[in-house]
Design a protein around this ligand. Structure first.
Ligand code: ZN
Length: 178
């Protein structure tokens, strides 16, 4: 396994649509393993293959509601969503900047696993947000298109602290990057 470089905003590969996966072979498994290692190292909660420069419909999401279990999604699509929640979002491809994005509170995704087996998975809260964020990457979209202002991590921490009545919040910003 190896860690790959995460492509940053401005690189045109991040604005391209990814192609469906048709071979569930060793190459796919190696990619998923590399994505896991890269995401671990970057301390993020989600990663899409285009962020590594590969236009494949492959996504990895860390389920923060379930012991940080990694969820591998190949050819994923959202089949149901409900609710609405405005929350802080960041991206490993938009280093150091955050914004408020409105996403559904619950999202169900249908995808294939690394062996081509179809399954569905439902996520709530941060996991639902992450599903939406990562699937947007497969369409060539970044969260910055969905927010009217970007903030530094200090600014967003301050805004969140104000929102929470100046109560000290555990510094979780870094962990929300996808
Ligand atoms: Zn992202």
């Amino acid at each position: 396994m190896s860690v790959r470089k995460i492509i940053q905003r401005g690189d045109p590969v991040l604005n391209k649509k990814a192609h469906p996966v048709t071979s569930f072979d060793e190459k796919l498994h190696a990619l998923l393993d590399e994505m896991k290692e890269t995401l671990d190292r970057a301390d993020g909660v989600g990663l899409a293959a285009p962020q590594l420069g590969l236009l494949r419909r492959v996504v990895l999401v860390i389920d923060t509601n379930d012991d940080n279990k990694p969820i591998e999604l190949v050819n994923p699509r959202i089949i149901a969503s409900s609710g609405e929640e405005r929350g802080v979002e960041g991206c490993l491809s938009v280093a150091g900047l955050y914004g408020y994005v409105t996403r559904p509170t619950e999202v169900t995704v249908e995808a294939q696993d690394r062996y081509g087996e179809t399954f569905t998975v439902t996520g709530t809260g941060l996991t639902a947000r992450c599903f939406c964020h990562e699937l947007d990457h497969l369409e060539g979209h970044l969260f910055v298109e969905l927010t009217d202002q970007l903030y530094t991590s200090e600014e967003i921490d301050e805004l969140e602290a104000e929102k929470n009545g100046k109560k000290r919040e555990k510094r979780g910003r870094r962990a929300k990057k996808g």
